[in-house]
Design a protein. Sequence first.
Length: 223
Amino acid sequence: MNIDKILGSGLTSHASRKKLIDELKKLGIKNSEVINLISNMPRHLFIDTALANRAYENVSLPIGFNQTISQPYMVARMTELIHEKDSMKNVLEIGTGSGYQTSILSMLFKKVTTIERITLLHEKSKKKLLQLGFKNISFILGDGHMGYLQNSPYDAVIITAAADSIPENLIKQISNKGRIVLPLKDNEGQKLVKLKNTKNGIIKKIIEDVVFVPLLQGIETNE
């Protein structure tokens, strides 16, 4: 899929994006497809215009509703972890947020289902992504703990909020070779974890320490 055809050219300097990509490579991001998407996706369109000058810094930024857009490194890292060339048809995202991570997934997977529990954030990100021309995304207002059974099984699930435990509903919704990447709370804080479905059951791998907003239950309508 040609990113220029969908989004057109970005509005920020090539230098600021190159600096970001150089930093991501130094931090260990290796997947060339992921690097190319982070380099070309106009992150400034997914944040408030007042913060647009910081769009290509490797930092998380507020997007309202007590939520943040993840730092580019974490978007790249989580995307890299679920990227498997022979299994990129169907992905579930828990926590649409600004829609930035959603846009990256949309360029890699044939079909994206994204769930957001905050009504106004769900509406805002849906409007933005549709305006930008993305056509392979299903937008769901709902509780991420429940997943979205109707579009399962998923080749991959990415959760962009920290869970107290592994949501069993999501384990049931992945394919035989499916994987889940999520931040999990533990006694020391939060760890980024990859779960992989195999013929011998679920294999769990701890990746690194992270800091995410909590994965909450229910739908929020009063913000």
